[in-house]
Ligand binder design. Structure first.
Ligand SMILES: C[S@@+](CC[C@H](N)C(=O)[O-])C[C@H]1O[C@@H](n2cnc3c(N)ncnc32)[C@H](O)[C@@H]1O
Length: 180
């Protein structure tokens, strides 16, 4: 009996479309961290307040989540697909004693639920913003703020745009604030 089940399973796995391989996760951007000075501006622009819920979509080394929890007193969640970055950022959160207010989910930013979010931060490529837009429109509650670093969301009108001319390393950055 055991043997039969094993054979059946092996056959099923060989049939395309019958045995489901895990869905392929789309890479939404390479890892490219936001300078700390810009992180601060993003969270200020989003008007993040103590006790509010914020999410960073593709959280990298966790710097936005960490500042949101540490400096702004928010309940902060990052979503990061890269296992090493997830591990590194989760360890940093633990070492700073922020486990009660900050966490990183190791998963696909597209596959999460953001309906509780007050503020969402995004530093992803334009094609990723296009992909995220309908999902955010559906999930986000009225009044939720989205702050996007460098890349706009098509069809959304920013409430405010802010430029940082020099991040200390000679690079300029543009931030877009949207409100649902
Ligand atoms: C440009 S970096 C931004 C990192 C961080 N948010 C910041 O601003 O410092 C984009 C991050 O998104 C992550 N990423 C790419 N595709 C993803 C996906 N489908 N789900 C979750 N994270 C993803 C990358 O691994 C990378 O760490």
């Amino acid at each position: 009996m055991k043997k039969l089940s094993l054979i059946a399973l092996t056959l099923l796995a060989a049939l395309p479309g019958v045995a489901q391989s895990p869905p392929k996760v789309e890479k939404l951007a390479p890892y490219y961290p936001t300078p700390e000075i810009v992180v601060d501006k993003m969270l200020q622009l989003g008007g993040l307040k103590r006790g509010e819920k914020m999410f960073d979509l593709g959280s990298g080394d966790g710097r936005i989540v960490i500042m949101a929890a540490q400096k702004f007193g928010a309940l902060a969640t990052g979503v990061e697909i890269d296992h090493d970055l997830w591990k590194q950022s989760s360890e940093k959160i633990r070492s700073l004693g922020l486990e009660k207010t900050a966490k990183i989910i190791n998963g696909d930013a597209y596959a999460q639920n953001y309906s509780s979010a007050d503020v969402v931060t995004v530093y992803l490529l334009p094609h990723a913003n296009d992909k995220m837009r309908p999902m955010l429109e559906k999930q986000l509650k009225k009044g939720a703020r989205i702050v996007s670093h460098d890349f706009e969301f098509k069809d959304w009108k920013p409430e405010k745009t802010e430029t940082i001319d020099d991040d200390g390393e000679g690079r300029s950055h543009t931030l877009y604030l949207y409100r649902r």
